[in-house]
Design a protein around this ligand. Structure first.
Ligand code: MG
Length: 372
């Protein structure tokens, strides 16, 4: 079996704002083969940047686009192809966007592996730990306590046992952050977990004081209070606070996650399967986290492709706690793939059991929002 083409397909809603919502555009990967089986993947990053990394023509031996590296290769060897892509892009890659592009291709390759074997991807990755995963509703923090209360209550009423609120209204002052969190906690009561995503807003603040003021509302974690490279600030907060500190959605490769744990002391690592290196690398990252007694709770905020891929990945991670379930009302989030993911009355989502990722792209929707 041979790869015949790698497509990078940018999608974009007609109106895109600067809200912290990456479901307004998307980059879909399709890997085609000479046996008619096609794998699908996604990269949650700047679609134009990722498309360039897929489409770039062959240059010298360590500076190539991913299509040039992969055409003619056997798609049933994803780990070997991961190394070829890593080495073939090392002149401009090693971290960041090149690894994100590799992530989308790696997901599509594992989709092909599963489709050929007529097994779900998680079964191809090993022996799954679970077939249902507790979801947390992931939403933006509104600007006022009254809206925060309504938003939190809304998702608690939709079966979620955990809710994450982030970015948006956070970061104007500690008083405002506390008022928003207090309102959300009051709205959902003591039995639903509340997760907070600070979206770097504490970078230039006395974060220990902010964390101390939030303790009484029992957040499950504080996520990304600082910029990703502020590792000493992460370590100071994680060492001093009783609240878990989470980070990692901007990080790629096992090497950056080792640094995040060993220098940043974070309690929870959040590799995104469409960014950090695909299934192949995220399982290595999760293993490094498990070896150090950290939770590994993958980041996921985009279409049903990332939901499916994250479910297969989390099925394989012993130290995972939740599926991040983006609840944005965007057609790219809700309608791009079939079947749609249902949150059951116990707050869990089932790992797809069909072949490969277990999902189908909606070709009409793909054509409607395709921009190149
Ligand atoms: Mg986040």
């Amino acid at each position: 079996m041979k790869i015949t083409d790698v497509e990078a397909i940018p999608l974009r809603l007609p109106v895109v704002t600067d809200a912290a919502d990456s479901t307004q555009d998307a980059l879909i990967i399709r890997v085609h083969t000479d046996e008619g089986i096609t794998g699908i993947g996604e990269v949650d990053a700047s679609p134009g940047v990722i498309k360039a990394i897929v489409d770039a023509p062959q240059s010298h031996q360590i500076s190539n686009g991913l299509r040039a590296i992969l055409v003619g290769k056997n798609p049933l060897e994803p780990a070997r192809l991961w190394d070829l892509m890593y080495e073939g892009t090392i002149f401009f890659g090693r971290r960041g966007a090149a690894i994100m592009a590799i992530s989308g291709v790696d997901i599509a390759l594992w989709d092909i592996v599963g489709k050929v074997a007529r097994q779900p991807v998680c079964r191809m990755l090993g022996t799954p730990y679970r077939d249902r995963i507790l979801a947390y509703a992931s939403t933006l923090m509104p600007d006022t306590p009254a809206e925060a209360s309504r938003e939190a209550a809304r998702w608690a009423a939709e079966n979620f046992r955990a809710i994450k609120m982030g970015w948006g209204g956070f970061g104007r002052s500690f008083e405002q952050d506390v008022a928003l969190v207090a309102a959300a906690r009051r709205a959902i009561g003591p039995n639903v977990e509340l997760l907070l995503d600070l979206g770097f807003r504490w970078e230039r603040r006395d974060a220990l004081e902010g964390a101390r003021q939030l303790e009484e509302f029992r957040p499950f974690w504080i996520e990304e209070p600082f910029l990703p490279d502020s590792l000493e600030q992460y370590a100071r907060l994680a060492d001093a606070s009783s609240i878990r500190v989470a980070a990692g959605e901007q990080n790629t490769t096992r090497w950056e996650f080792l640094e995040l744990m060993e220098r940043g002391h974070v309690d929870v690592i959040q590799p995104d399967v469409t960014r950090a290196g695909g299934f192949t690398e995220c399982l290595r990252i999760a293993k490094a986290g498990a070896d150090r007694n950290r939770l590994c709770v993958p980041h996921a905020w985009s279409t049903g492709i990332i939901k499916a891929a994250s479910l297969h990945l989390i099925a394989m991670i012993p130290n995972a706690q939740f599926l991040e379930f983006c609840v944005q009302n965007s057609p790219l989030n809700l309608d791009l793939v079939q079947p749609r993911f249902e949150v059951c009355s116990d707050g869990t989502v089932a790992v797809p059991q069909g072949a490969g990722l277990g999902i189908e792209l909606d070709e009409d929707l793909l054509a409607r929002y395709r921009v190149e």
